[in-house]
Design a protein around this ligand. Sequence first.
Ligand SMILES: Cc1ncc(COP(=O)(O)O)c(C=O)c1O
Length: 383
Amino acid sequence: MPVYLDNNATTPLDPRVLEAMLPYLQDVYGNPSSVHRYGRLTGGAVERAREQVAALVGAQSGQIVFTSGGTEANNLAVKGVTADYASGHIAVSAIEHPSLLEPALALQAQGWEVDRIPVTTRGIVDCAALAAILRPDTVLVSAMLANNETGAIQPVAEVAGLVRSGRAVLHTDASQAAGKIPVDFVGSGVHLMTLSSHKLYGPLGAGALIVDKSISLQAMQLGGGHENGLRAGTPNVAAIVGFGAAAELARAELVQRTAHTRALQVRLEAALRAIPEVCIFAEDVERLPNTVQFGVRGCHGETLLLQLDRQGFAVSSGSACHSDVHEASHVLLAMQVDNELALTAIRVSVGKDSTEDEVDRFVSALGAILTMLRGSSVRVANL
Ligand SMILES: Cc1ncc(COP(=O)(O)O)c(C=O)c1O
């Protein structure tokens, strides 16, 4: 199998998580809403997962609303907060994931005023610009905790300091941050936080919106009143159990995972810096320990990606969630990276099980491909 270096797109399911899920795909069944013993068994498992997920991010279990993933949680945040109003003003950072930007654009089409909070050339939300954007009638502000492409960690506490003096609701998308860096729902000062299970070695199809009950949030999916009336639908018990198990493992192993991935990041970047024309994006800011996004001037990212795939390395160009669209990354453009350089972007995201050998082999393959593409010799660090 190819070397997997695309852990920001999705992570492999941890075998311990699979083990926790299996009973709920086999022998243990029952609708968690049912009052009989079957229902109590699965309902109890969902509640335990709620506690495990809450514990990972310093929230209370009653604040967790399980969803089908980060996309649904982001949609619920944007649509659920603004549903109380016919129109108004919201501000979202320019580097949000499409699952946050698209619902914001949909509001704009309905007559809402939507400001994009600019980022600095280093990929960090510009708080001075946000201060100028905020208005007395701002209903929602959304700024992610860590960017999925560059890995840049955002100043959410500072954003909270600005937003909380007004009446706007503050949302942060922590899909990429949770499990990679310490995340504190209460301490961060946000009202809403998005999580995604499959970014932290849990199964696909589970996520959460964490909700501070002091705010008004309308459900987008109506039905039997599940999840405190905020997300109707019989819960995906096995996936939620897996999400809970993955969250517990992430909490227990956070320090170790961070140290391991950080060491690989340092190793990879040292080697990349030795390759002429390589530019590491958001290089000098605090970033997730596992993420390196870089470009090589003159080498189209998609071409490089396909060559790397042929050589047995799975990475991403920009954001994997829309990798079939060959446009420059909106994140890099927001950082004022020129279009030509932005089109060269490759994202490497290592995982808890990645190895030094995999990183070294990746760098060698990259060097050989660049040599081939340029028709000239490229020096690659001798690791
Ligand atoms: C920052 C961010 N938010 C949201 C999502 C979407 O999450 P999901 O795949 O669980 O819908 C992603 C996925 O790439 C992401 O990186």
